[in-house]
Ligand binder design. Structure first.
Ligand code: NAD
Length: 466
């Protein structure tokens, strides 16, 4: 057996043994460990910033806003709400169950695996860890192999806060992850691409392990004629260029009403010039040469097939940079309209009637987010009713993930299951149905053998009235 397999076996076995202890931990104990985690994150704040600068060139403001703050805010939410969320909830009886006590009791799932991606490597590893631990589980965390500096800090934080049998970080590439996926986890939470999501789900199926899949895809931005594009462009640019477009919920491509096409192009250019040029120092870099090549190939492919690069397009391998690139005259044969972009490329589709947009979205995979800029209630309603997506965000970008009471998640190709806040707690809990009836007189007393005619008549009454 290879060494990493022995290590994984050993960690998994100690977690299996510890799982009952974690399950029996009190709310106070869980809140205490969350507090320790919060303190450890605050202590390591500058190391986290340096690590994200090293791995992704992320600006400190962005690190604070999108990596550290969401985790701290999640910890605080769980510490405030955990007592209420873990309580069993009584449910009402109908006449058939009169005299019984019925309740729903959340119980921890057990030993969980969390697999996270490289684009928000700190946030996406820890935010789900918070939910898993708070719900009473043990966790093996497998972060992306492409962010070594961030992984080092996370490892240190985890080792400071948790014993190995409660939470452990296991680093690894495909080989290690493939082996991890053979273990009989009670739940797997995966964040990453739809392609790998399918691999994870297939592996989980072998053990009948439940999965949450937080995936990606092409999220459209729909803009109607009621929008002042010059005013909205700073928001649009921020939504697209946060983390250099390497955001699962970034608007992938834009649908613009034909009459507004030129205004959009001019406003885009002017806003890039005003807010980001000349140094683009607020913008993270493309993660690595492989991703840079993928993106520049997309631009090349679009040009070869007749698209027009109307803004940006400059790319430098040495700095792993690509300018915010607006592309018009695109079609579905081009890679920019086939693949999730996950970078600073913005293809633009032109429409005459909103019905065309609806038809396009309906005919493609369900996106993680549908963005709409519009002041028309009728248009907003049309998109809400006739398209399906993980989330619909109207007149803004990205911020729905910060809302403490909204679930985060995709639908079908963009994911399954939900994360964050109470929905994260539910994801890492099993909702156990508990029913206590009167031992001597209950519905089953009536249904017991022998099956007489009077019981048959009674069942007929049930069929009529319940
Ligand atoms: P990825 O799917 O390549 O990798 C994600 C994780 O899976 C990593 O930890 C990686 O090591 C592991 N992995 C890769 N190949 C594997 C294999 N063959 N078997 C087992 N494990 C494997 O994704 P990525 O490139 O890290 O991230 C980008 C993708 O993630 C995009 O599609 C993006 O939309 C998506 N994403 C989704 C969310 C969300 O919350 N919905 C958030 C961030 C990123």
């Amino acid at each position: 057996m290879i060494q990493f397999q022995q290590q994984i076996d050993s960690i998994f076995d100690t977690q299996v043994q510890y799982a009952n202890h974690a399950k029996a931990s009190t709310v106070t104990e869980r809140k205490t460990v969350l507090f320790k985690l919060e303190q450890a994150i605050l202590m390591h704040q500058s190391m986290i910033e340096l690590a994200l600068m090293a791995d992704l060139g992320k600006h400190r403001v962005e690190v604070g806003a999108t990596e550290i703050f969401p985790v701290l805010s999640e910890i605080r939410l769980f510490r405030r709400k955990l007592k209420r969320w873990t309580k069993s909830k009584s449910v009402r009886n109908n006449l058939l169950f009169i005299g019984s006590k019925a309740s729903i009791v959340p119980e921890p799932k057990g030993v969980c695996l969390i697999i996270s991606p490289w684009n928000y490597p700190f946030q996406l590893a820890l935010i789900n860890l918070v939910a898993a631990v708070a719900a009473g589980n043990t966790v093996i965390l497998k972060p992306s192999e492409f962010v070594p500096a961030v992984n080092k800090v996370i490892k240190q934080i985890i080792e400071d806060v948790f014993p190995v049998n409660w939470v452990t970080l296991v680093e690894g590439e495909i080989e290690e992850t493939t082996y991890l996926l053979t273990k009989k986890f009670h739940h797997i939470h995966f964040t990453g691409s739809p392609t790998v999501g399918k691999i994870v789900m297939a592996a989980a199926a072998k053990n009948l392990t439940s999965v949450t899949l937080e995936l990606g895809g092409k999220s459209p931005l729909i803009i109607d004629e009621t929008v002042d594009l010059r005013k909205m462009m700073p928001k649009i640019l921020w939504g697209k260029m946060m983390n250099n477009g390497q955001t699962c919920i970034a608007p992938d491509y834009v649908f613009i009403q034909r009459d507004q096409k030129q205004v959009f192009i001019e406003a885009f250019k002017a806003t890039v010039e005003e807010l980001l040029s000349p140094s683009f120092s607020d913008v993270a870099r493309i993660i690595n040469p492989k991703q840079w090549e993928r993106l520049t190939n997309y631009i090349g492919d679009a040009k070869r097939r007749g698209a027009n690069v109307v803004a940006g397009g400059e790319a430098h391998m040495d700095s792993l940079s690509i300018e915010p690139t607006l592309i018009t005259n695109v079609n579905e044969e081009m890679l920019v309209m086939k693949e999730e972009l996950f970078g600073p490329i913005f293809p633009m589709m032109v429409y005459d009637h909103l019905a065309e947009v609806v038809a396009y979205i309906q005919n493609h995979e369900k996106p993680l987010v549908c963005y709409m800029l519009s002041h028309s209630k009728i248009n907003q309603e049309l998109i809400r009713r006739q398209t399906s997506s993980g989330a619909l965000l109207i007149n803004d970008f990205l911020v729905h993930v910060m809302h403490p009471n909204l679930p985060f998640g995709g639908v079908n190709h963009s994911g399954m299951g939900q994360s964050t806040g109470y929905f994260g707690f539910l994801t890492f809990s099993h909702q156990k149905a508990v029913l206590q009836t009167n031992a001597y007189l209950s519905i089953s007393t009536i249904l017991n053998f022998p099956y007489t005619d009077s019981k048959r008549r009674l069942i007929k009454l049930f069929m009529q009235y319940f």
